[in-house]
Ligand binder design. Sequence first.
Ligand SMILES: [Zn+2]
Length: 169
Amino acid sequence: MKTVLCSFCLKSGILCQKCSGRVKSGEITDLDLKIARFLLSLEEKYPSLQNVYFHKAIEAGKTLAIIVGPGDVPRLLGYGGKILKAIGEETGKNVRVLEYGVDDRKFLEDLFAPLSIVTINTIWLPDGSTETRVILKKKRSSQPPFDVKALKEIASKIRNVTLRVEFTD
Ligand SMILES: [Zn+2]
């Protein structure tokens, strides 16, 4: 488990001046601390977590998004999904794992997995702002396997984009 915080501070929970400055400035939130420390506690059981870089945790409704370093997503999804299950049980949320620093398309693919994306395009509104329209493939009869409203909120918080989500079969 790697973060911007010193590993000593993360482990002890007692923050040095530098780390507590990051908390005070809002760079690190209480939620970030909580999730980082929980992931740290799972390291012994799931050693692949040792190499995961934890960037941020964002919540919206009953959904929690965890943003990790490039290439780290499989390390969290491994062990037959047991890590995600443990985080879900700890927090009571549906957990999505997203990769830091990816392009918009990859971000949206990860956000809306396991549904696949048919089209992404930009809609220009009369006031000059834009919305990103995402059309997802889904059978008419089935419910989406995630909370669309929460994922839109997460996209807005992480990428500052306004999504318009539609479905097609
Ligand atoms: Zn520190």
